[in-house]
Design a protein around this ligand. Structure first.
Ligand code: G6P
Length: 489
């Protein structure tokens, strides 16, 4: 079998992330239905052709029984995925608690939720213990399948403790770690009770990557200020050992979006949407329903725009796709009610018998419907209060080949550093500024729109997810070779 032979010669890449790129639904005692989710990371790794990728992660379901675990492991093996089984209590403390109620808000400068602040502080230690325990479980699974020569790539804030666990198993393992969120200023990181342990563990990796130069700089400052280590242009040095730290901005598989627009079913969607919204400009927001996305701020800015521009009231619609996420975390539940309340108020105020100004959907769209929606949009609104990168802005640009619509983009999204020259950058906290940017975008002359769009389109189609992954992995290999040369000298 040619594929297997080819596979055997290739270096193996073990990708470790909290979530597998597969969702599993139990159909019987020993049968599972799997669905691959083609997210950013999956398509990125399709570009790393010189490697054979294996995935290690949590399958997102609780499987307490051995029969179920065995059957799921077997089914996932066909997709080159290896599950980590986490019990309900660990998921509660590690995923809902430490990851999403502690690290996530902190890394996005949101602080801890006001009313649970003391409760969160009290439960900190048990949550951190669960975090370490979960990371050790991931490490154990990686170590079981690890073969000499494999490259291990750990992802995101869920797995900051993993590099150290892996190196404790085997100091020769090649380990990279990449953060998909911002890394905050060292002054924020300092407030974390586990600040030292987390930094030390990440430093056990050979290469540490971030989306932007600023995040990398914040990480190096945290290591120098909190750990007293030396920051160099290459990374962080501790007693002669260098951990290389660098920026690797992620992208998307732009071809997949551009190609989708040619499909007859997408064209049908496009025609339906055009007919549905004929005579009105379409503004679009696509976000997970998360505090960091600034959805209430975006809607309030849209309200202000309608308030100040009565002539636009029946000529523009805002479609907000809000994908439910982390629904067991109370802050996310509160946000959902808050957004519903604001949308209801505005639609009550400016709606007519036949139209409403905001179409708000609490669900995701399938890929083809999403591409069609991006394609017919006049103005996309990304108002993240903080965002590691924000690939919705990239997807919108990739689908705007003919329309050349306008992107309003938060200056606090990593994407502002790459799409800043083409987008209208805004401070999402400043509703007046966002409202006037909406007016500017809706009235923008065609030549300016075209110029801005081309700038962004060039960037999105040349800085792809495939290139991102290939660059990180080849840098990781080089880092290790350089370290070996240094040790020999
Ligand atoms: C962010 C994180 C990812 C995470 C995703 C969805 O993009 O950086 O690691 O997978 O959100 O969140 P969830 O909690 O559903 O995995």
């Amino acid at each position: 079998n040619g594929e297997r032979l080819e596979g055997r010669c290739k270096q193996r890449l073990l990708v470790v992330a909290n979530r597998l790129p597969v969702s599993a639904v139990r159909r019987g005692e020993d049968s599972w239905q799997l669905e691959i989710s083609v997210g950013g990371l999956v398509s990125a790794l399709l570009g790393v052709r010189e490697f054979e990728a294996r995935w290690i992660g949590w399958a997102g379901v609780n499987v307490p029984d051995e029969i179920g675990q065995k059957a799921l492991t077997k089914a996932l093996a066909e997709k080159r995925c290896i599950p980590v089984f986490l019990d309900e209590e660990t998921v509660h403390q590690y995923y809902n608690g430490y990851c999403n109620n502690m690290l996530w808000p902190l890394f996005h400068y949101l602080g801890l939720p006001q009313e649970d602040r003391l409760a969160t502080t009290r439960s900190f230690q048990s949550q951190f213990d669960a975090y370490k325990r979960a990371n050790q479980m991931f490490a154990k699974v990686v170590n079981n399948i690890y073969e000499e020569g494999d490259v291990v790539w750990c992802h995101d804030y869920h797995l900051m403790f993993l590099p150290q666990c892996l190196k404790e198993y085997n100091n020769n393992m090649k380990v990279g770690w990449f953060l998909h969120t911002p890394f905050p200023s060292s002054e924020i990181h300092r407030t974390l009770p586990s600040r030292t342990e987390l930094l030390r563990s990440v430093l056990a990796a050979d290469l540490v990557g971030f989306h932007t130069y600023d995040y990398a700089r914040h990480f190096v400052s945290a290591c120098t200020r909190i750990l007293g280590l030396e920051g160099t242009p290459e990374g962080v040095e501790d007693q002669g050992r260098l951990t290389r730290v660098a920026a690797f901005p992620i992208g998307i598989d732009s071809d997949r979006f551009v190609r989708a627009l040619e499909l007859p079913q997408v064209q049908d969607h496009i025609n339906e949407l055009k007919e549905r919204f004929a005579g009105r400009k379409v503004m679009l927001g696509v976000d997970r329903l998360d505090m960091i996305k600034g959805i209430p701020q975006k809607i309030l800015a849209f309200e202000k725009f309608l308030e100040e521009n009565p002539s636009w009231r029946d000529k523009v619609v805002l479609i907000q796709i809000a994908v439910p996420t982390r629904t067991d975390v109370p802050e996310y539940q509160k946000l959902t009610s808050q957004v519903h309340e604001i949308v209801g108020r505005i639609n009550g105020r400016y709606g007519t018998l036949t139209t409403v100004p905001i179409h708000h959907l609490d669900r995701s769209l399938d890929f083809h419907a999403l591409c069609a929606l991006y394609a017919i949009t006049d103005v996309a609104l990304v108002t993240s209060l903080r965002d590691g990168m924000n690939l919705v802005s990239y997807e919108f640009v990739a689908c705007q080949g003919s329309k050349k619509g306008v992107l309003i983009l938060s200056e606090f999204a990593g994407a502002a550093q790459s799409l800043g020259a083409g987008a209208i950058l805004v401070n999402p906290w400043n509703i007046t500024e966002v409202a006037s940017s909406i007016g500017y975008a809706l009235n923008m002359p065609a030549d300016e729109r075209e110029k801005r769009h081309l700038h962004n389109f060039m960037h999105v189609t040349t800085h792809t997810s495939q290139e991102w992954a290939a660059t990180f992995v080849s840098e990781l290999n080089d880092t290790i070779v350089e370290a070996q040369i240094r040790t020999r000298q």
